[in-house]
Ligand binder design. Structure first.
Ligand SMILES: Nc1ncnc2c1ncn2[C@@H]1O[C@H](COP(=O)(O)OP(=O)(O)OP(=O)(O)O)[C@@H](O)[C@H]1O
Length: 639
């Protein structure tokens, strides 16, 4: 069947030109709309498979307004524009287009871009279906296992996390007595670590029981989400949500009601610290989750599932998640990056890593390759800034013998070397404009030509690019091609600067101490409280690399086993205590710390024994003591 396409373009001559090209290329053009209203009407009537969309149109609404609606309806679209204003670019990017063409457009570029858009659309729909089916199977398997209820809920937590972001999961039977299931919740405290909070623990922290839920039953039958602005309305009917979001500093909610046989019901709530964590795309996944939960819980309740009823772990603590070995940092900002990376790594999608210098972009590129099916195949790194412009082309694409003066031998380029693997183009913002056109061709046509050669060579390479530049500004100022920008910007991952994740500093510093102890044979144990305080108040313009160098210097210079003081280049006592911005959200560690302190207060600081903190937290006392030490919980709460 011919693919149907709608052209949205207010310039008659251009629209006609595109119509000709598309018809020649085998598409059926369903019409040409000149305004957003006309386009909406034509989409309703003709149901095109694709929309080719100019940004600036006649009338009040722009192509970007229409794009937002197309994205909601999962109708793929490709922008067509000559406009590279930074603000417009920013808005266009946010609509997640399937492609972007810069006018004037060559016929071949248009057809190739549409081919890619079609592939990406089909691929994303297929990936989504696969992900949903796998989640459903996993839930069925977990609930049918012989593990106890708490263990099952913990397994459910780790299974759901890669598909949908959340920081806190609550599994609540709406009538615990009739259902014979306890209220249980898991708070995310690390990459793959969860803290169990049951009804007793919740009571200890808040003085309230989850029974409040009973007055608050959601009558809704379908999964529903409430991002920050919508949450207060939910509190009216469900006060427990107010209690939990307030206590654990959550800002969005996804609630999944499950109707069970005999009029009983159960609810799974996912909370996120982000104010806008959830959107319509999550609904389809969670509807499948709802089905699987209903069948699985009924099976569990019918007794068809028997066996051990005790959860084996309260906190799962694999120190390092697979593929992220050597990555330190459990701040909410860093966990967000890890979730993002885990999602994209197994696919072939191009990724662009954004962030200031030294924030860990290269390290994340390593993780993406290690977590992809291309792991074990070549991983080639190219620093575009380190090569003179005259050499980059032959470095990337290779050259034939005699291609230019001095080319005495044939040379294989980095793209060919990376075949079947991954290429990492660091500092992509430094790539000369002429070469950007060539790179675009590689991305679109998956072919290269060696310098001085005539043959085209097919290559199969995944591209990861990185830059610390603001690419939108580069595009606006004419130093970076708009179409390449869009092609690379399929999946941007932004690495937060260190000053937005101060809580990672102690762990990173300790990590680098261990690293340099190994190198130098020293036995430094850590920084003094004074040194750490200075580090927490510093701005870190050079980010993790600067921290690494600071640790290296001080390990080399240290006389004793503790680094007593640090020399920092800038005045540091300028920000709020601990270097934190006063109005920012609490981190996971701070929440965990608050939680443990609250429990300790309830127990008059008792860690050991009946009714003491360790028992309430369901932790071995020694583990609790270690965590208290790690979180810097002061003496007065202790025994
Ligand atoms: N999360 C982390 N845990 C441990 N080490 C890290 C982490 N992130 C970065 N590093 C280390 O910090 C240093 C700088 O990181 P990296 O080179 O990946 O940063 P970058 O953003 O690519 O820098 P640039 O933009 O200057 O190229 C490296 O030695 C890296 O191993």
């Amino acid at each position: 069947m011919k693919q149907k396409i709608l052209i949205v373009e207010d310039q008659f001559v251009e629209a006609d030109y595109f119509r000709l090209m598309l018809t020649k290329g085998g598409y059926t053009v369903t019409g040409t709309a000149r305004t957003v209203t006309e386009a909406q009407e034509m989409i309703r009537k003709d149901r095109p498979h694709f929309v080719l969309l100019d940004i600036l149109l006649k009338g009040r609404q722009t192509g970007i307004d229409l794009a937002r609606q197309l994205a909601e309806d999962h109708l793929p679209f490709v922008y067509l524009s000559a406009n590279s204003n930074e603000e417009i670019l920013h808005a266009a990017k946010a609509t997640q287009p399937y492609g972007f063409l810069v006018k004037p457009v060559r016929e071949k570029d248009l057809l190739v871009m549409l081919e890619i858009a079609r592939y990406r659309h089909e691929h994303s729909v297929e990936t989504q279906h696969r992900k949903e089916a796998t989640t459903q199977q996993n839930i069925a398997r977990i609930l049918a296992s012989t593990a106890g209820w708490e263990q099952k809920m913990l397994d459910l937590t780790t299974t759901l996390q890669p598909g949908i972001p959340f920081d806190y999961l609550v599994a609540s039977p709406d009538d615990a007595t009739r259902l014979r299931l306890p209220w249980i919740s898991y708070l995310r405290v690390g990459l793959n670590e969860y803290q169990k909070i049951d009804a007793t623990a919740l009571h200890n922290i808040t003085g309230k029981t989850p029974e409040a839920r009973r007055h608050a039953q959601d009558s809704a039958a379908l999964p529903a989400f409430y991002n920050a602005g919508a949450l207060p309305a939910v509190y009216e009917t469900a006060p427990l949500h107010r209690l939990l979001t307030g206590t654990f500093n959550m800002h969005s909610l996804f609630t999944i009601p499950v109707q069970l046989a005999g009029g009983k019901s159960f609810t799974l709530d996912l909370y996120s610290r982000k104010p806008d964590a959830y959107h319509n795309d999550h609904v389809s996944l969670l509807t499948r989750v709802q089905d699987a939960l209903q069948k699985g819980i009924e099976k569990h309740l019918s007794g068809a599932v028997t066996g051990a009823s005790k959860a084996t772990v309260a906190i799962t603590a694999p120190t390092e998640a697979k593929g992220f070995e050597g990555m330190v940092g459990h701040s909410a900002a860093m966990l967000g990056v890890v979730d993002h990376v885990s999602q994209v790594a197994p696919t072939d999608t191009s990724v662009i890593l954004l962030g200031e210098s030294g924030t860990g972009k290269e390290k994340i590129a390593d993780c993406i390759h290690a977590l992809s099916p291309r792991q074990g195949k070549p991983f080639i790194k190219v620093n575009c800034a380190a090569l003179p412009a005259s050499l980059i082309e032959s470095e990337l694409f290779g050259h034939e013998r005699g291609a230019f003066t001095g080319a005495s031998e044939k040379r294989t380029g980095k793209f060919e070397k990376a075949d079947k693997g991954t290429i990492f183009l660091d500092e992509i913002g430094e790539m000369p404009l002429e070469l950007q056109a060539k790179l675009l061709r590689v991305l679109q046509e998956k072919e290269i030509e060696r310098v001085g050669g005539t043959d085209t060579i097919r290559i199969d390479v995944r591209i990861i690019a990185a830059t610390n530049k603001n690419l939108e500004k580069e595009v606006a100022e004419g130093r970076f091609r708009l179409d390449l920008y869009y092609r690379l910007n399929v999946f941007p991952v932004t690495l937060p600067p260190l000053r937005q994740r101060y809580e990672d500093i102690p762990a990173l510093a300790q990590h680098f101490i261990a690293q340099y102890n190994r190198k130098t044979g020293k036995k430094i144990t850590g920084f003094s409280a004074h040194a750490l305080k200075k580090m927490l108040a510093y701005h870190w313009p050079g980010n993790i690399r600067e921290l690494e160098h600071l640790v290296e210097r001080h390990v080399l210079l240290a006389k004793g086993t503790v680094i007593e003081d640090v020399a920092l280049p800038h005045p540091y006592e300028t920000s709020a205590p601990g270097g934190m911005e006063p109005s920012r959200m609490k981190t996971i560690q701070e929440n965990e710390r608050d939680y443990i302190i609250a429990v300790l207060r309830k127990c008059n600081g008792r860690v050991w024994g009946q009714g003491a903190a360790a028992e309430i937290l369901n932790l071995p006392p020694s583990t609790l003591k270690t965590r208290m030490k790690k979180l810097g919980i002061r003496k007065e709460y202790r025994e």
